[in-house]
Design a binder for this molecule. Structure first.
Ligand code: P6P
Length: 328
Protein backbone atom coordinates (compact mmCIF):
# COMPACT_ATOMS: atom_id res chain seq x y z
CA UNK A 1 0.00 0.00 0.00
CA UNK A 2 1.40 3.41 -0.94
CA UNK A 3 1.83 5.67 2.12
CA UNK A 4 3.51 9.05 1.70
CA UNK A 5 5.33 10.97 4.44
CA UNK A 6 2.30 13.17 5.03
CA UNK A 7 -0.08 10.19 5.27
CA UNK A 8 2.37 8.51 7.68
CA UNK A 9 2.42 11.61 9.85
CA UNK A 10 -1.37 11.71 9.92
CA UNK A 11 -1.39 8.05 11.01
CA UNK A 12 1.06 9.02 13.77
CA UNK A 13 -1.29 11.87 14.75
CA UNK A 14 -4.12 9.40 15.27
CA UNK A 15 -1.82 7.16 17.29
CA UNK A 16 0.35 9.66 19.16
CA UNK A 17 -1.04 13.18 18.68
CA UNK A 18 1.57 15.79 19.75
CA UNK A 19 3.67 17.12 16.86
CA UNK A 20 2.25 14.83 14.19
CA UNK A 21 -0.47 17.45 13.69
CA UNK A 22 -1.85 19.00 10.54
CA UNK A 23 0.34 22.11 10.75
CA UNK A 24 3.33 19.89 11.40
CA UNK A 25 2.49 17.71 8.42
CA UNK A 26 2.27 20.86 6.24
CA UNK A 27 5.66 21.93 7.63
CA UNK A 28 7.26 18.58 6.80
CA UNK A 29 5.78 18.75 3.31
CA UNK A 30 7.96 21.86 2.83
CA UNK A 31 11.01 19.70 3.52
CA UNK A 32 9.94 16.85 1.25
CA UNK A 33 9.17 19.35 -1.55
CA UNK A 34 12.57 21.04 -1.16
CA UNK A 35 14.47 17.75 -1.16
CA UNK A 36 12.65 16.58 -4.30
CA UNK A 37 13.72 19.79 -6.06
CA UNK A 38 17.31 19.32 -4.83
CA UNK A 39 17.27 15.67 -5.90
CA UNK A 40 16.19 16.60 -9.42
CA UNK A 41 19.12 19.02 -9.73
CA UNK A 42 21.63 16.52 -8.30
CA UNK A 43 20.49 13.76 -10.69
CA UNK A 44 21.42 15.88 -13.69
CA UNK A 45 24.31 17.78 -12.10
CA UNK A 46 26.81 16.78 -14.75
CA UNK A 47 24.57 18.04 -17.55
CA UNK A 48 24.26 21.62 -16.44
CA UNK A 49 26.58 24.19 -14.99
CA UNK A 50 25.97 23.23 -11.35
CA UNK A 51 29.07 21.19 -10.55
CA UNK A 52 32.21 22.62 -9.05
CA UNK A 53 32.97 25.47 -6.70
CA UNK A 54 30.71 28.47 -6.40
CA UNK A 55 33.70 30.71 -5.87
CA UNK A 56 32.94 31.77 -2.30
CA UNK A 57 33.40 30.44 1.22
CA UNK A 58 30.60 29.70 3.65
CA UNK A 59 30.53 30.68 7.31
CA UNK A 60 32.57 27.52 8.02
CA UNK A 61 35.38 28.81 5.80
CA UNK A 62 34.66 25.93 3.40
CA UNK A 63 34.61 26.34 -0.36
CA UNK A 64 30.92 26.48 -1.30
CA UNK A 65 29.94 24.19 -4.15
CA UNK A 66 27.38 25.54 -6.63
CA UNK A 67 24.94 22.89 -5.44
CA UNK A 68 25.43 24.00 -1.81
CA UNK A 69 24.18 27.45 -2.74
CA UNK A 70 21.35 26.03 -4.84
CA UNK A 71 20.22 23.59 -2.14
CA UNK A 72 20.31 26.31 0.49
CA UNK A 73 18.21 28.66 -1.62
CA UNK A 74 15.65 25.90 -2.24
CA UNK A 75 15.37 25.01 1.47
CA UNK A 76 15.04 28.68 2.49
CA UNK A 77 12.40 29.30 -0.20
CA UNK A 78 10.24 26.20 0.39
CA UNK A 79 10.36 26.46 4.18
CA UNK A 80 10.11 30.24 4.37
CA UNK A 81 6.74 29.99 2.65
CA UNK A 82 5.40 27.83 5.54
CA UNK A 83 3.82 30.40 7.88
CA UNK A 84 4.37 28.06 10.84
CA UNK A 85 8.13 28.74 10.58
CA UNK A 86 9.54 31.33 13.01
CA UNK A 87 13.21 30.93 12.05
CA UNK A 88 15.47 28.97 9.69
CA UNK A 89 19.07 28.12 10.60
CA UNK A 90 21.31 26.88 7.80
CA UNK A 91 24.87 25.53 7.73
CA UNK A 92 25.41 27.91 4.81
CA UNK A 93 24.30 31.11 6.54
CA UNK A 94 26.11 32.91 9.34
CA UNK A 95 22.93 34.10 11.01
CA UNK A 96 19.40 32.63 11.32
CA UNK A 97 16.74 33.80 8.89
CA UNK A 98 13.85 35.02 11.05
CA UNK A 99 10.25 35.82 10.11
CA UNK A 100 8.00 38.43 11.64
CA UNK A 101 5.34 35.96 12.73
CA UNK A 102 3.49 35.81 16.04
CA UNK A 103 4.31 32.97 18.47
CA UNK A 104 0.83 31.61 17.76
CA UNK A 105 1.59 31.35 14.01
CA UNK A 106 5.36 30.95 13.80
CA UNK A 107 5.63 27.90 16.05
CA UNK A 108 8.64 26.04 14.65
CA UNK A 109 12.38 26.48 14.19
CA UNK A 110 13.98 24.45 11.40
CA UNK A 111 17.74 23.90 11.48
CA UNK A 112 19.36 22.25 8.50
CA UNK A 113 22.41 21.34 6.49
CA UNK A 114 21.05 21.75 2.97
CA UNK A 115 23.67 19.61 1.27
CA UNK A 116 26.08 17.70 3.48
CA UNK A 117 29.10 16.09 1.89
CA UNK A 118 28.83 18.28 -1.20
CA UNK A 119 32.56 18.02 -1.90
CA UNK A 120 31.70 14.47 -3.03
CA UNK A 121 29.20 15.54 -5.65
CA UNK A 122 31.75 16.03 -8.44
CA UNK A 123 32.76 12.37 -8.05
CA UNK A 124 29.16 11.16 -7.93
CA UNK A 125 29.22 9.99 -4.30
CA UNK A 126 26.13 10.06 -2.05
CA UNK A 127 25.30 13.38 -0.38
CA UNK A 128 22.46 14.36 1.93
CA UNK A 129 20.18 16.95 3.49
CA UNK A 130 19.83 16.90 7.30
CA UNK A 131 17.14 18.70 9.33
CA UNK A 132 16.17 19.25 12.95
CA UNK A 133 12.90 20.80 14.16
CA UNK A 134 12.31 22.59 17.47
CA UNK A 135 9.17 24.23 18.79
CA UNK A 136 9.42 27.93 19.57
CA UNK A 137 9.60 28.48 23.33
CA UNK A 138 6.79 30.42 25.04
CA UNK A 139 7.85 34.06 25.44
CA UNK A 140 8.16 33.56 29.21
CA UNK A 141 10.78 30.82 28.66
CA UNK A 142 12.97 32.67 26.20
CA UNK A 143 13.34 34.64 22.99
CA UNK A 144 13.90 33.32 19.47
CA UNK A 145 17.63 32.80 20.12
CA UNK A 146 16.80 30.64 23.14
CA UNK A 147 14.34 28.68 20.97
CA UNK A 148 17.11 28.07 18.43
CA UNK A 149 19.73 27.05 21.01
CA UNK A 150 17.72 24.27 22.66
CA UNK A 151 19.44 20.95 23.49
CA UNK A 152 18.81 17.99 21.19
CA UNK A 153 16.49 16.39 23.73
CA UNK A 154 13.95 19.10 22.88
CA UNK A 155 13.73 18.31 19.16
CA UNK A 156 10.17 17.55 18.04
CA UNK A 157 11.42 15.89 14.85
CA UNK A 158 14.59 15.25 12.88
CA UNK A 159 15.56 13.52 9.69
CA UNK A 160 17.64 13.37 6.59
CA UNK A 161 17.47 12.61 2.90
CA UNK A 162 20.30 10.57 1.38
CA UNK A 163 20.70 11.12 -2.37
CA UNK A 164 22.15 7.82 -3.55
CA UNK A 165 21.23 5.07 -6.05
CA UNK A 166 17.78 5.79 -4.67
CA UNK A 167 16.66 8.83 -2.71
CA UNK A 168 15.65 7.89 0.82
CA UNK A 169 13.91 10.08 3.42
CA UNK A 170 14.35 9.02 7.05
CA UNK A 171 12.66 10.80 9.96
CA UNK A 172 11.53 10.53 13.54
CA UNK A 173 8.92 12.61 15.36
CA UNK A 174 9.76 10.88 18.63
CA UNK A 175 7.75 7.75 17.90
CA UNK A 176 10.17 5.53 16.06
CA UNK A 177 12.28 5.92 12.92
CA UNK A 178 10.65 5.54 9.53
CA UNK A 179 12.04 5.55 5.99
CA UNK A 180 10.54 6.43 2.61
CA UNK A 181 11.91 6.02 -0.91
CA UNK A 182 11.28 8.59 -3.63
CA UNK A 183 9.18 7.01 -6.36
CA UNK A 184 10.05 9.18 -9.39
CA UNK A 185 7.08 7.80 -11.33
CA UNK A 186 4.69 9.53 -8.93
CA UNK A 187 7.05 12.16 -7.45
CA UNK A 188 6.36 11.09 -3.87
CA UNK A 189 8.33 9.59 -0.97
CA UNK A 190 6.67 6.24 -0.26
CA UNK A 191 6.99 4.18 2.93
CA UNK A 192 9.70 1.56 2.77
CA UNK A 193 10.42 0.76 6.44
CA UNK A 194 8.66 1.64 9.71
CA UNK A 195 10.06 1.50 13.25
CA UNK A 196 13.63 0.89 12.09
CA UNK A 197 15.98 -0.59 14.70
CA UNK A 198 19.76 -0.29 14.63
CA UNK A 199 21.32 -3.79 15.07
CA UNK A 200 22.67 -4.37 18.60
CA UNK A 201 26.10 -4.97 17.05
CA UNK A 202 27.44 -4.41 13.54
CA UNK A 203 30.43 -5.41 11.48
CA UNK A 204 31.70 -2.01 10.31
CA UNK A 205 33.55 0.82 11.92
CA UNK A 206 33.64 4.16 10.09
CA UNK A 207 36.34 6.74 10.77
CA UNK A 208 38.82 8.85 8.81
CA UNK A 209 41.93 6.72 9.49
CA UNK A 210 44.17 9.53 8.17
CA UNK A 211 43.47 11.37 11.44
CA UNK A 212 44.05 8.34 13.70
CA UNK A 213 47.44 9.47 15.04
CA UNK A 214 45.77 12.70 16.24
CA UNK A 215 43.03 10.93 18.24
CA UNK A 216 43.28 10.82 22.05
CA UNK A 217 44.72 7.51 23.35
CA UNK A 218 41.34 5.99 24.30
CA UNK A 219 40.12 6.22 20.71
CA UNK A 220 43.36 4.72 19.38
CA UNK A 221 43.00 1.76 21.77
CA UNK A 222 39.35 1.34 20.74
CA UNK A 223 40.19 1.26 17.05
CA UNK A 224 43.05 -1.18 17.75
CA UNK A 225 40.58 -3.54 19.49
CA UNK A 226 38.17 -3.35 16.56
CA UNK A 227 40.96 -3.95 14.03
CA UNK A 228 42.47 -6.86 16.03
CA UNK A 229 39.14 -8.59 16.56
CA UNK A 230 39.43 -8.11 20.35
CA UNK A 231 35.93 -6.59 20.50
CA UNK A 232 34.22 -9.87 19.87
CA UNK A 233 34.36 -10.02 16.06
CA UNK A 234 36.40 -9.12 12.99
CA UNK A 235 35.33 -5.67 11.82
CA UNK A 236 35.67 -4.14 8.39
CA UNK A 237 36.24 -0.44 7.75
CA UNK A 238 33.83 1.66 5.69
CA UNK A 239 34.30 5.43 5.31
CA UNK A 240 32.48 7.30 2.54
CA UNK A 241 33.32 10.77 3.85
CA UNK A 242 29.71 11.85 3.50
CA UNK A 243 28.13 11.93 6.97
CA UNK A 244 24.59 11.10 5.86
CA UNK A 245 25.75 8.07 3.85
CA UNK A 246 28.03 6.80 6.64
CA UNK A 247 25.24 7.29 9.18
CA UNK A 248 22.57 5.65 6.99
CA UNK A 249 24.73 2.52 6.63
CA UNK A 250 25.30 2.48 10.41
CA UNK A 251 21.55 2.81 11.04
CA UNK A 252 20.77 -0.12 8.74
CA UNK A 253 23.79 -2.41 9.35
CA UNK A 254 24.91 -1.38 12.82
CA UNK A 255 28.50 -0.73 13.90
CA UNK A 256 29.94 2.67 14.72
CA UNK A 257 30.74 6.01 13.07
CA UNK A 258 33.31 8.22 14.73
CA UNK A 259 34.54 11.76 14.26
CA UNK A 260 36.69 12.11 17.42
CA UNK A 261 38.54 15.19 18.64
CA UNK A 262 41.81 15.74 16.72
CA UNK A 263 44.85 17.93 17.36
CA UNK A 264 43.65 20.13 14.49
CA UNK A 265 40.03 20.23 15.70
CA UNK A 266 39.99 19.42 19.47
CA UNK A 267 36.32 20.43 19.61
CA UNK A 268 35.45 18.09 16.74
CA UNK A 269 34.58 18.89 13.12
CA UNK A 270 30.89 18.06 12.84
CA UNK A 271 28.26 20.61 13.80
CA UNK A 272 25.99 20.05 16.79
CA UNK A 273 22.74 21.69 15.72
CA UNK A 274 22.35 20.41 12.15
CA UNK A 275 24.50 17.27 12.00
CA UNK A 276 25.00 15.62 15.41
CA UNK A 277 21.67 16.44 17.10
CA UNK A 278 19.30 15.25 14.35
CA UNK A 279 21.30 12.06 13.71
CA UNK A 280 21.64 11.40 17.45
CA UNK A 281 17.84 11.72 17.86
CA UNK A 282 17.33 9.17 15.08
CA UNK A 283 20.02 6.85 16.44
CA UNK A 284 18.51 6.81 19.95
CA UNK A 285 14.99 6.34 18.59
CA UNK A 286 16.33 3.30 16.70
CA UNK A 287 17.96 1.83 19.85
CA UNK A 288 21.47 3.15 19.21
CA UNK A 289 23.61 5.68 21.09
CA UNK A 290 25.35 8.97 20.27
CA UNK A 291 27.98 10.73 22.38
CA UNK A 292 30.63 13.42 22.24
CA UNK A 293 32.98 11.05 24.08
CA UNK A 294 31.94 12.19 27.55
CA UNK A 295 28.14 12.45 27.41
CA UNK A 296 24.98 12.18 25.31
CA UNK A 297 24.99 14.42 22.25
CA UNK A 298 21.34 15.30 22.91
CA UNK A 299 22.12 16.75 26.35
CA UNK A 300 24.72 19.26 25.15
CA UNK A 301 23.55 22.82 25.84
CA UNK A 302 24.32 24.72 22.59
CA UNK A 303 26.23 27.98 22.83
CA UNK A 304 26.21 28.91 19.14
CA UNK A 305 24.39 27.85 15.97
CA UNK A 306 27.58 26.63 14.24
CA UNK A 307 29.09 25.00 17.31
CA UNK A 308 31.11 21.84 16.56
CA UNK A 309 31.31 18.65 18.58
CA UNK A 310 33.12 15.34 18.57
CA UNK A 311 30.49 12.88 17.30
CA UNK A 312 30.38 9.13 17.85
CA UNK A 313 27.22 7.24 16.96
CA UNK A 314 26.28 3.60 16.53
CA UNK A 315 25.08 0.32 17.94
CA UNK A 316 24.80 -0.24 21.67
CA UNK A 317 27.60 -2.85 21.77
CA UNK A 318 30.16 -0.73 19.90
CA UNK A 319 29.24 2.43 21.81
CA UNK A 320 29.49 0.71 25.21
CA UNK A 321 32.85 -0.77 24.17
CA UNK A 322 34.00 2.75 23.18
CA UNK A 323 32.88 4.15 26.56
CA UNK A 324 35.00 1.52 28.37
CA UNK A 325 38.08 2.46 26.32
CA UNK A 326 37.54 6.18 26.97
CA UNK A 327 37.06 5.61 30.71
CA UNK A 328 40.18 3.41 31.02
P1 P6P B 1 36.82 14.45 6.69
C1 P6P B 1 31.63 16.55 4.65
O1 P6P B 1 32.43 17.67 4.38
C2 P6P B 1 31.54 16.42 6.16
O2 P6P B 1 31.04 17.58 6.73
C3 P6P B 1 30.70 15.22 6.51
O3 P6P B 1 29.71 14.96 5.57
C4 P6P B 1 31.70 14.10 6.61
O4 P6P B 1 31.34 13.09 7.54
C5 P6P B 1 32.96 14.82 7.09
O5 P6P B 1 32.85 16.18 6.67
C6 P6P B 1 34.22 14.22 6.48
O6 P6P B 1 35.32 14.91 7.05
O7 P6P B 1 37.67 15.32 7.58
O8 P6P B 1 36.91 12.97 7.08
O9 P6P B 1 37.00 14.68 5.22
Amino acid sequence: MIITVQQHLQQQQQEFGSEASGTFSYLLSGITLATKIIEAKIRTAGLGDVLGAFGAENVQGEQQQKLDVYANQVMLHCLGLRDTVAALVSEEDEEPVTFDRSPETGKYIIIFDPLDGSSNIDVNVNVGTIFSIHKRLPAAEGDLDASILQPGTKQVAAGYVVYGPSTVFVYTAGNGVHSFTLDPTIGAFVTTQENMKMPEQGQYYSVNEANASQFPAGYQEYLRQLREGEAGKAYSSRYIGSLVADFHRTLLKGGVFLYPPTAKQPGGKLRLLYEANPLAFIAEQAGGMATNGTGRILEIEPRGIHQRTPFMVGSRFEMETLAKCLEA
